[in-house]
Design a protein around this ligand. Sequence first.
Ligand SMILES: N[C@@H](CCC(=O)N[C@@H](CS)C(=O)NCC(=O)O)C(=O)O
Length: 212
Amino acid sequence: MKLYWGPHTCAIGTHVLLEEIGRPYEAEKIDVAGGATKEPWFKAINPKAKVPTLVLDDGRVLTEFGAIAVWLARQVPHLNLLPTDPDEEERALSLMDYAVGTIHGQAFARMFMPEKFEPQDPVHQTLGLGQGSVKKQGRQMIEEAFAIVDGQLGSRQWAAGDTFGVADAALFYVERWAPQVDVALPANMAAHFERVKARPAVAKVMQVWGES
Ligand SMILES: N[C@@H](CCC(=O)N[C@@H](CS)C(=O)NCC(=O)O)C(=O)O
């Protein structure tokens, strides 16, 4: 298996899951911020031009954080990365989808790429008129979403079930972005973030990413 990743991206959650499952893999760093995902060679692999992109040994290409996470979890059922209990499984998928689709895709995206959310007419585009309000909205969405996740985590060690799993990897990558936008993690999320970081697999990945 080969994971394409770029610094500061959500692909760290996938990298963590790969490290956790203990199967052989390669990880190739690409310059996402510099536009590497838009280059023809990368789009030939993943036309969506995004990381995480996971290429399997038989050449199949897996995309989308949640889909890759579930696929990886199913390779190693004994690790319980996705709970088998239907209620806990729903909880894991719900939290993961909220982290990926709403917290990342809606809220952080407004902070990181406000130009994609502001009106596309030449006046707004030239003067950047809408960016301030887009960022403000993004911050508010992050704070509201963090409060919801914090309440759902409560005193639980892990997002769902009794062990680390796919939802923890998703929460970890959005928790890690909080300082970049100067938003404080609420107490339960802050404790969760430290718990995830303390895992040997996570420490190893963070070292590779130059974040330890
Ligand atoms: N829906 C995708 C989102 C992935 C995504 O947004 N990746 C970002 C990095 S965090 C990316 O590759 N951006 C490159 C670009 O847009 O040029 C998923 O869940 O995997």
